[in-house]
Design a protein around this ligand. Structure first.
Ligand code: UD1
Length: 429
């Protein structure tokens, strides 16, 4: 298994190109199931999760081709995928695939919308607490799907098609909002989604569905209206920049000091996280190229943070921010309100010398003068990158094991950081 070796203590200086958003690319690829025509997606990141979803969609009969590079193409541009779901040959999503990536459960909506049936494995356990799918199922039921659970599978039927309806989510869920959008796009009549997630990736999916002929308004607000259309056509859409990758590198720069431009990043997608970084003492400004982040001389200031649905501080940046706070000049409190048990990075950060006290959903971080390198174990995607951030500022060598977690969500992480002066390398074994 590959490892990442970091020797900490260097500042970061230069430019980091920001990739397309994983959390937008996945639902957009799944939306390809909704049409018989070709859906072309540009700026798709090269990630293990994208490759796995290609396999999962392939299992349903979807042909996905990757367009080759042309002369003059930006070497860091994402890939272009052509998704052709003309013939869906299988409406079952098996356990061995769905259990490897939760988001693949979302195929349930387009399969039932297009084929009138779907048999999709329940995703099962997850490293960051119980993550049920009840909101997804309630949304599908509200649109007239008949659902039963059989041997670990959700068996969904709507032989006469889905009907528009009113969906009221009891709690904000990104995935369930994606499910509701995809199911409602071709349902008969009007659907209203209340307490919808407002994350930018929802807006990106809605924009792409509208290019495909859907009639969706209000995406990005808590109430979304969808007027069902009989069919969707092909379209071309570019995936929006990854706000979590952006925030992660911004925190890395705040941690090490230096001056880095995050090229292609969009500040509107993460205002809350950027504000928090400013309070922590980093200089953050929007430029023509993207976002410039600097920290010179001055130390890191402690800031209290609570994770919230968009536009609040994202849970997907909580671990990275905690890494930053380990070296702040004072105590900070970090409260996780979205997922239970999303603190597995705490024990690993402690191995580097961090002082963190956990009490329920709140971590109190007592800033320390210095961290020291150590072997650490990645446990999930965001936790593992928090260990990289800490390692960049730790004295000596940090060896991050189980790097496959990083490869799920960060494209060429070690290369992007090394180009800015970090001493970081992948050790393949
Ligand atoms: C998505 C993101 C993930 C991010 C999360 C929250 C993708 C691929 N993943 O995950 O990176 O951390 O949003 O921003 O986009 N819940 C239920 N029942 C449900 C669905 C969710 O109780 O049916 C709960 C969850 O357990 C959690 C909360 O709702 O406590 C929010 O989860 P949700 O927004 O659905 O997360 P995902 O869509 O799985």
């Amino acid at each position: 298994m590959d490892k990442i070796r970091i020797v900490g203590g260097r500042t970061l200086n230069g430019t980091i190109p920001i990739s397309g958003a994983k959390n937008a690319a996945l639902p957009l690829m799944i939306a390809g199931l909704l049409t018989e025509e070709k859906l072309t997606l540009e700026n798709v990141p090269r990630l293990a999760d994208v490759a796995l979803l290609q396999r999962i969609l392939g299992n349903h009969g979807v042909d996905i081709t990757t367009a080759g590079k042309r002369n003059g193409d930006d070497p860091h541009a994402g890939q272009t995928l052509e998704i052709d779901a003309r013939a869906i040959v299988d409406t079952t999503a098996p356990y061995d695939l769905v259990s490897r990536m939760r988001a693949s459960f979302w195929v349930i909506a387009p399969l039932i919308a297009r084929m009138g049936e779907a048999r999709v494995s329940l995703p099962g356990g997850c490293a960051i607490g119980t993550r049920p799918v009840d909101f997804h199922l309630d949304a599908l039921r509200a649109l007239g799907a008949d659902l039963e659970i059989d041997a670990g599978y959700v068996v969904a039927r709507a032989p006469k098609g889905l009907q528009g309806g009113r969906i009221v989510f009891p709690k904000v869920s990104v995935g369930a909002t994606h499910t509701a959008l995809m199911a409602a796009a071709t349902a008969q009549g009007e659907t209203v989604i209340e307490n919808a997630a407002r994350e930018p990736e929802i807006g990106d999916l809605a924009a792409c569905l509208n290019k495909m002929g859907a009639r969706i308004s209000g995406a990005g607000t808590a109430t979304i209206h969808i007027e069902g259309v009989p069919r969707l056509r092909g379209a071309r859409h570019a995936v929006l920049p990854d706000r979590i990758e952006t925030g992660t590198y911004a925190m890395a720069v705040a941690m090490t000091g230096g001056d880095v431009t995050l090229a292609g990043a969009s500040p509107d997608l993460l205002e809350s996280a950027l504000d928090t970084l400013r309070q922590a003492g980093a200089q953050v400004e929007a430029t023509n190229e993207g976002i410039r982040v600097r920290r010179n001389g001055a130390g890191i200031l402690p800031v209290d943070v609570e994770t919230q649905p968009f536009p609040g501080f994202p849970t997907d940046l909580q671990a990275q921010f905690m890494a930053l706070m380990t070296k702040a000049k004072g105590n900070s409190r970090i409260t996780e309100t979205i997922f239970e048990n999303r603190f597995m990075h705490v024990q690993e950060l402690a191995r580097l010398g961090a002082r963190i006290h956990l009490d329920g959903d709140t971590a109190t971080v007592e800033g320390v003068e210095r961290l020291t390198g150590a072997p650490v174990m990645a446990t999930d995607l965001r936790a593992s990158v928090s260990l990289v951030i800490a390692g960049l500022a730790a004295e000596g060598e940090t060896l991050v094991q189980r790097v496959y977690h990083l490869d799920r969500g960060f494209e060429r992480l070690e290369e992007k950081l090394a180009r800015c002066g970090a001493q970081i390398e992948r050790i393949s074994s």
